[in-house]
Write a protein that binds this ligand. Structure first.
Ligand SMILES: Cc1cc2nc3c(=O)[nH]c(=O)nc-3n(C[C@H](O)[C@H](O)[C@H](O)COP(=O)(O)OP(=O)(O)OC[C@H]3O[C@@H](n4cnc5c(N)ncnc54)[C@H](O)[C@@H]3O)c2cc1C
Length: 304
């Protein structure tokens, strides 16, 4: 957890951001986690995975836009992605993930809600997952899903096992019937709102995932943690749960071997594919998750 805190704090410093985004040293690692800068590149990766029976969720990178106009541009970009998906022979395997701060949450709930509703309308039958951002947005995100779900049930959100409030949010989403993706949580959060001990975050993860598998609507169990996956597979077997009632989700570029293995075992597996030019915040969160990623960069720097 200390490593994660240090990397996330450092990555928020302007000179670190300037160095990382300008230096070519980081590019090989960026391209491991990000599927390209354009929709064409992302769709090529998505369709390649869909052909091999994986589900895909496309994420156009970008968050915390600075104006209503920028939020409108993001909304329109998502609508273009959805149109492109509808023309794909693999449309049933594809959906999107979106962040409310890309749709204008910092400019006001009504701005983000208006944009989200327009995206949901143009999505038709396609599912639109609202990603979860830092805890400062959790209540507004959960409440937004509660408001739009009655008219637009093709949406759902993400809950983070690190947050102390998550069991109560799980109740709300299960009661609503909205689809939940459960994750550990990628943001730096204070002790007042989040468990700081990794073992506790993992315990809460397993408890939430079990609850969703039993009571939730087609939940997404999003993790690369093999020990947790093993424990949940045992649970599913013991409880006689069908493999069709949920899906595993993993990030593009992480544990491809595990993604493939689960698919071959007959599970539904969806890969989350981020793309676009605004990759820096996403990339920083991935770096912070694993010391080995930073070792890789340090070695490249030393070789120069
Ligand atoms: C599909 C998907 C969607 C997500 N959406 C959100 C969201 O909306 N909001 C949010 O806060 N978080 C989101 N996350 C991120 C999540 O919160 C975690 O930060 C991330 O998944 C790492 O946790 P883990 O469960 O894999 O477990 P960890 O204990 O962090 O990792 C377990 C193992 O996975 C591998 N691994 C994990 N991360 C990396 C990495 N970066 N590089 C290389 N190997 C790695 C390593 O082998 C590691 O030992 C999402 C994750 C996934 C898979």
């Amino acid at each position: 957890m200390l490593f994660r805190t240090l990397v996330l704090r450092a990555s928020s410093l302007p000179f670190v951001k300037a160095f990382v985004t300008r230096s070519r040293i980081f590019r090989p690692l960026v391209s491991r986690f990000v599927a390209g800068e354009t929709l064409d590149e992302a769709m090529a990766v998505a369709e390649g995975l869909a052909e091999r029976c994986f589900g895909v969720s496309l994420d156009l990178l970008g968050e915390n836009v600075a104006s209503e106009e920028a939020a409108t541009r993001e909304r329109d970009a998502y609508i273009r992605i959805l149109e492109r998906m509808k023309a794909s022979p693999f449309v049933e395997k594809l959906n999107i993930s979106i962040k409310l701060t890309a749709l204008g949450l910092d400019q006001g709930d009504e701005v983000a809600e208006r944009n989200l509703r327009q995206v949901l309308e143009s999505a038709g039958e396609t599912f639109v997952r609202v990603d979860m951002e830092s805890s400062e947005y959790t209540e507004r995100t959960v409440a937004m899903i509660e408001r739009v779900f009655a008219d637009r049930p093709n949406t759902g959100t993400v809950l983070q096992s690190m947050l102390i409030r998550t069991p109560a949010d799980l109740d709300r989403m299960i009661r609503l019937g909205a689809r939940v993706r459960i994750v550990k949580g990628a943001y730096l959060e204070p002790p007042a709102v989040a468990h700081q001990d990794k073992a506790e975050v993992d315990r809460q993860y397993v408890a939430a995932a079990k609850r969703l598998i039993k009571e939730g609507r087609y939940p997404a169990i999003a993790t690369h943690d093999e020990a947790i996956i093993r424990e949940l597979k045992t649970f599913i077997e013991q409880e006689g749960v069908s493999k069709d009632v949920f899906e595993w989700q993993m990030l593009f570029g992480i544990r491809r071997d595990l993604q493939e293995r689960l698919r071959q075992e007959g599970f539904n597996v969806r890969v989350y594919i981020p793309f676009g030019e605004s990759w820096y915040p996403y990339f920083s969160r991935r770096l912070a998750e694993r010391p080995a990623n930073l070792v890789f960069i340090t070695k490249s720097l030393l070789r120069k």
